[in-house]
Design a protein around this ligand. Sequence first.
Ligand code: COA
Ligand code: MG
Length: 298
Amino acid sequence: MGDAAWWLRSLLFVPGSQPAMIAKARALGADAVILDLEDGVAPGDKERARRAVADALDEGFPDALVVLLRPNGLHSGLLDLDLSGAFRPRVDGICLPKCEAPAAVQALDARLRILEDRWALPRGRVRVLPMIESARGVLQAPAIARASPRVCGVGFGAEDFTADAGIPRTREGGELAWARTAVSLAAHAAGVPAVDGVFADFHDEAGLRADAAEARRLGYTGKMVIHPAQIAPVHAALAPSAEEVERARRVVAAFEEACAGGSGIAVLDGAMVDRPVFLRAQRTLALARRAQGARGGS
Ligand code: COA
Ligand code: MG
């Protein structure tokens, strides 16, 4: 999965209790699947889901697909059963729900060391994507993001966050701005990508596109989805527009020309282009290459 999973645009939740959906998820074009044992699975279905997930992992997933497992959280009393029952070496990382403190990541890290020994995997191979989805978690996000070298990204879960903080949820999501920004900053300060949570109304494509575009504006490079129809709109919304790409190309060319001429500053269309402008343009081009499948598929 690499050190920074920044190329993951879409992470598709699949309930562990739905073997047919898991089978379908192998070829839907998502960059990652999250095999869920937590809130996508009814309390009475957990054991059946663990077995179904383990069977699916034994059957295999395409190499290009990143596979994450979401067990129940540290305080659920189910985490150990989930890991011992459903973990297999094909799991690239653990999506840790309702993470509220760096100690939760460290407690998971200790369990992963045991699993890696048991399955003869190199130490540190299994990555961790903590989900920040409570007021306490948001305030602890900077420490959570730096809690372990296994942390490969930080997720923000708006649904649980608003439930936890007593905040009425709107379609536009303005109420999320501060917390969503805080989680993005925490991720970037730790040098890992920020991954946005789900947009629940899977029939509302315009709402999803607006939500993903807002996430991109706040620094998110990936988004979790719940339905196959959400994958393509998320990929499109997280990619730079043709105009942005064209502008970025011109910025890079102007800056490189200025540098070749011995200056650190160019002027393009009457505006200054200095190093930070150049670096932003380079990032835009990297995102555009990602969108063209240079990494992680379509
Ligand atoms: N992964 C893989 N396949 C999925 C899927 C998913 N997350 N969601 C839907 N599909 C499949 C369906 O099985 C169906 O397949 P079919 O045409 O062969 O029958 C097809 O896509 C169309 O699905 P649709 O009928 O529109 O939706 P649905 O009513 O079957 O399912 C949900 C709607 C919300 C129940 C379903 O998308 C889902 O369970 N999503 C994940 C929810 C989850 O994990 N939540 C917890 C984390 S937030
Ligand atoms: Mg949640």
